[in-house]
Design a protein. Sequence first.
Length: 182
Amino acid sequence: MYPTPSQLLALGARAGDVARVCGPLSDACVHYGITTPERVAAFLAQVFHESGRLRYLKELWGPTPAQSRYEGRADLGNIHPGDGSRFRGRGLIQVTGRTNYQRMRDFLRRDVPNVPDFEASPELLELPQWAAYSAAAFWAAHNLNALADAGDFDGITKRINGGTNGQAERRALWAQAKKLMA
């Protein structure tokens, strides 16, 4: 079943990161139907971009000027002092903001056992199981299998990122992943 350790390594992940994430990532892909070559290739390209090739399960924090703008953002549910940093991007697709941590918890609890309260303990989204499941759940919640089936990679990027940030790297990863899945 996809993805295999050798595929993750071939996409540029480090061996230690593959060992840590591959099992949960494969399980999450199966759980959410990310099981065809087209779906897996698109999913891995996005996940690899967002997580620095599986290296970062938590957003690096400066804070940068962009990260400073997380603070006080009602649209992210960051309504308490410190929420910007507390609810920084986590998981393989970088769930960001108190509201999105709540939504992820609630979405996963529909059909995954023992989902913790990510709002109460945001750092749990950094654990390999929840980092992988949150990425696959985000994919499912945003109906990205349908876009992958249609080959609409730009549409996938826009749903994940809100724009086309990092599109050149995402497309290069997608091309490479498609070859690996063939």
